[in-house]
Design a protein around this ligand. Structure first.
Ligand code: ISJ
Length: 188
């Protein structure tokens, strides 16, 4: 027991700075994910499908172009934004199912997906690309996956609300392709 406690304390202390460096990426991912509610409401109103493959291709292409201009390779930008998109869809599917179970969505003003919401997502995309640049070194670190998971946990704990579980699932998915390596890290 003493060894376990000691190891955990060491792990928490040694991971501290790395975890903190992921905070902006986590916060911006959370803002992107929060917009999924507006997207889902617009799809509730229009009856459009959650998934829009044409728009997804535009999002990825825009991110790749922005990333390449700042020295981030196309493959890592693509996998990062694919994960962000998958997370967004998970949240949309979940909210839409909840509203179907309830028989109604929350009342809301008309939503302009193409003219307002997607440009907001585009703006956040630029911020995410800048944060990928800022975290390039730490995203190659051996503890990257643990630090990202810990940073998400910290964010969720600091923003508790009735949707925390969905937020945590969404953020874990959104940030699942942040690290440069593909090796699964468990306890170290
Ligand atoms: C957010 C939307 O829904 C889905 C998620 C996307 C995203 O996260 O960028 C893009 C297209 C859709 O598959 C949207 O339609 O704009």
């Amino acid at each position: 027991m003493a060894i376990v406690v000691g190891t955990m304390a060491w792990g928490a202390a040694s991971g501290q700075s790395g975890v903190g460096q992921f905070d902006p990426l986590v916060r911006t991912s959370a803002r992107r994910l929060a917009i999924a509610e507006q997207v889902a409401l617009s799809k509730w109103d229009s009856g459009a499908a959650v998934e829009d493959a044409t728009r997804e291709a535009q999002v990825i292409q825009g991110a790749v172009t922005a990333g390449e201009a700042r020295g981030i390779d196309a493959a890592s930008v693509t996998k990062f934004f694919r994960a962000q998109i998958e997370a967004n869809k998970v949240v949309q599917y979940s909210l839409l199912a909840e509203w179907r179970r309830q028989g109604s969505a929350p009342s809301h003003a008309p939503i302009n997906l193409a003219g307002v919401i997607r440009p907001e997502l585009d703006q956040l995309q630029a911020e995410l690309v800048a944060e990928l640049v800022d975290t390039k070194e730490i995203r190659s670190g051996a503890r990257c996956r643990i630090e990202v998971a810990t940073a998400v946990g910290k964010y969720v704990a600091a923003h508790l609300n009735e949707r925390s579980t969905l937020t945590e699932i969404g953020l874990d998915r959104a940030l699942s392709e942040s690290c440069a390596d593909s090796v699964s890290q468990t306890s170290k």
